[in-house]
Write a protein that binds this ligand. Structure first.
Ligand SMILES: CC(C)(COP(=O)(O)OP(=O)(O)OC[C@H]1O[C@@H](n2cnc3c(N)ncnc32)[C@H](O)[C@@H]1OP(=O)(O)O)[C@@H](O)C(=O)NCCC(=O)NCCS
Length: 197
């Protein structure tokens, strides 16, 4: 089965070409046919409950912009997370605002279906993307900001090794309230794959 087969998509049940393989998830690049999934995730109020995303309905222009940035920018790497057992896209995970001289990047993750929250997918996508950042991109620092009210996300990030470093006051506006953003990071030297044996 050659690459041309993969390029046709998965309607025929063919496996998709994965870039990173995990226990329950595979991570691969964003494709145009993923965009309707992305729209449904961004437009789902439960998914964006703690995020500034979701302020407006997702437009074609927003999806195009996201697709172009994911595929053309050298300063971000965007993955679609696929459920390994079904091949179905379940979310996004990525490194953004990569600053090459300082070797740092911002991490963002989104599992798009509330019905599969708390099953470990977010933590797994985080672990895989962080390892990718350190081992393949040779990053030094991976950082993020998260709404303090998003306890599930904070917990998932802590499980994946992120450390709280402070708060930005009233930095997130979601659902009519300003909340503090917890700033978190993981350093290369803290990551198991980079520690000396
Ligand atoms: C945040 C998100 C990535 C987490 O992924 P997930 O697959 O749902 O979460 P995981 O199963 O990996 O881990 C969640 C952990 O939080 C815990 N948790 C859930 N709700 C919690 C709460 N209200 N308070 C404290 N912990 C909570 C779970 O029990 C689990 O911890 P455990 O394994 O020790 O039991 C995912 O839910 C998501 O994408 N949500 C919508 C978008 C979003 O908020 N993205 C993050 C923006 S910064």
């Amino acid at each position: 089965m050659g690459p041309e087969h993969y390029a046709e998509g998965r309607d025929d049940g063919a496996p998709s070409a994965s870039f990173l393989e995990g226990k329950h998830l595979n991570l691969r690049g964003l494709r145009r046919e993923d965009l309707e999934y992305v729209r449904s995730w961004w437009d789902n109020a439960e998914v964006t409950a703690y995020m500034e995303a979701g302020a407006c309905p997702t437009t074609d222009a927003m999806l195009e912009e996201f697709y172009s940035a994911a595929n053309q920018s050298r300063n971000s790497v965007v993955f679609v997370a696929e459920d390994r057992s079904t091949g179905r896209p379940v979310g996004l995970s990525g490194l953004y605002e990569i600053f090459w001289p300082g070797r740092r990047a911002e991490f963002r993750v989104l599992i798009g279906e509330p019905g599969i929250f708390d099953k470990g997918y977010g933590t797994e996508a985080t672990l895989m993307t962080v390892e990718y950042g350190f081992m393949r991109l040779n990053l030094e620092v991976i950082h993020l900001g998260v709404n303090v009210a998003n306890a599930r996300a904070v917990r998932a990030y802590e499980k994946a090794g992120f450390v709280r470093e402070g708060v930005r006051r009233k930095f997130v506006f979601a659902r009519g309230v300003y909340n503090d953003a917890v700033m978190m990071s993981i350093l290369r030297e803290e990551h198991p794959t980079t520690k000396a044996p």
